[in-house]
Design a protein around this ligand. Sequence first.
Ligand code: ADP
Ligand SMILES: N[C@@H](CCOP(=O)(O)O)C(=O)O
Length: 324
Amino acid sequence: MAVFTEVPPDAARALAERLELGDLVELRGIQGGIENTNYFLTTEQGEYVLTLFERLTAAQLPFYLYLMKHLARRGVPVPEPHGLPGSATPAQPDGVLLHTVCGKPAAVVDRLRGHSELAPTAAHCAQVGEMLARMHLAGRDYALSQPNLRGLAWWNETVPVVLPHLQPAQAALLKSELAFQNHVAQSPAYAALPRGPVHADLFRDNVMFEDGRLSGFFDFYFAGVDTWLFDLAVCLNDWCIDLASGRHEAERAQAFLAAYARVRPLASAERRLFPAMLRAGALRFWISRLWDFHLPREASLLKPHDPTHFERVLRERVAHPVAA
Ligand SMILES: Nc1ncnc2c1ncn2[C@@H]1O[C@H](COP(=O)(O)OP(=O)(O)O)[C@@H](O)[C@H]1O
Ligand SMILES: N[C@@H](CCOP(=O)(O)O)C(=O)O
């Protein structure tokens, strides 16, 4: 988890009151997550999640919060952020969604019901694939734009920072893969990839199921405008692999892709760049995990993810390319 900032109950109570959510009943730090401070906030009216943003700035946050509102309005099952009553304007009918708690930018969203499916079957993967495609299509008319802040520019900035911590063989792989991805990003096929708002971190622990049915997905704070294929690759690298070895699991991947393609068929450039984007998805999380691991932040309940996992996934993707 993470609690980087301890929130006194009085601060949560005051916010719940401002948002007209009723009296505070319970405030509990959440174990899970690595990026922000999260609490389950229960009031007499319902259950919510209070997030204090530890890295993202007030200027960056509206993109994520209004995206969740936009998707929820189109029937995509995501947590709805709670706005300040009376703050809606004709230009911004959703009102003010960004608040301040303990001096940090903060949001309150609905708590989703259900639990994560950490050992998914092909049936679970098919539901995530279908929902991901629906989310991509629903985001097409979203008015705000912000790049994926953990995209290629960030990889180029961060790789030199983590390289001194690596063994020579790891450093060689990291540098060669980064060079390959910079090359891919210059290609006409890459320029032809369809793009829009993507989740960019839709791992098993960010999707909820209830009685085997997908009930929602959350953690939009790595979202951004990027290629839809990158989002698909991030999902396939988590939902459709053997976690111990990093190996591709064909049955789950086919179920995921077929369900996705029934809602939005892949374009020819997407088929062509499919193996390269699977590598990009693995590289992205190898870099961020190396960064979190070797340059850790102070927080209670923080458990950094193992970077060697995504090194294995990347080696698998390079050694055994998978066709769409
Ligand atoms: N809207 C939500 N509904 C239910 N549980 C949530 C919700 N948002 C977060 N959680 C819980 O909090 C944990 C950490 O949230 P997450 O968004 O992954 O953290 P981070 O912002 O640090 O990435 C999740 O694993 C989940 O258990
Ligand atoms: N999913 C990413 C990092 C973000 O973790 P989360 O638990 O906050 O979703 C990873 O596994 O490296």
